[in-house]
Write a protein that binds this ligand. Sequence first.
Ligand code: ADP
Length: 161
Amino acid sequence: MNVIYPGSFDPVTYGHIDIIDRCAKQFDRVIVSVLNNTAKNYMFTIEERMDLLKKVLDKYENVEVDSFNGLLVDYANKKNCPLIVRGLRAVSDFEYEMQMAHVNKKLQENIETIYLVSREKFSYLSSSIVKEVAMYGGDISCFVPKEVEKALIEKINGGEK
Ligand code: ADP
């Protein structure tokens, strides 16, 4: 059985990687799908976000990195994979996730969304908080792999290495 893990991954954190690692052990194939929503302001381009994911997920033979835009249900159809996984960090995630799951089910009856509860040590971690800490020069090495840390620092310094 395969599963799609959709998200912005702007950028990928240890919290995302933990969800992917746990899925890779339970499913035949994990399709990590980066959302390219033109209405959203991302720090990293779609290519950069995919590139970082590919680098940090290199050791997983059953994990694929892909991208999509438009409706997740249409993408899931195209990939022939009606199973979606999302991570739940706190009650604050729950409301939005439930709304999305209901909408997706309404759009397409055979779509199922499953949730993995975040590991306690990653439950406070989000891409936004990592970007904020990095912006103020804080140490982010415990939040993201070194490739991501490097890319974030370069981005904040305006491309200078
Ligand atoms: P989105 O913009 O779709 O929420 P994110 O890249 O922020 O995209 O997150 C993708 C998925 O990963 C979401 O289901 C989110 O709840 C989950 N996630 C994000 N950070 C963590 C974390 N620290 N632990 C577990 N799940 C997480």
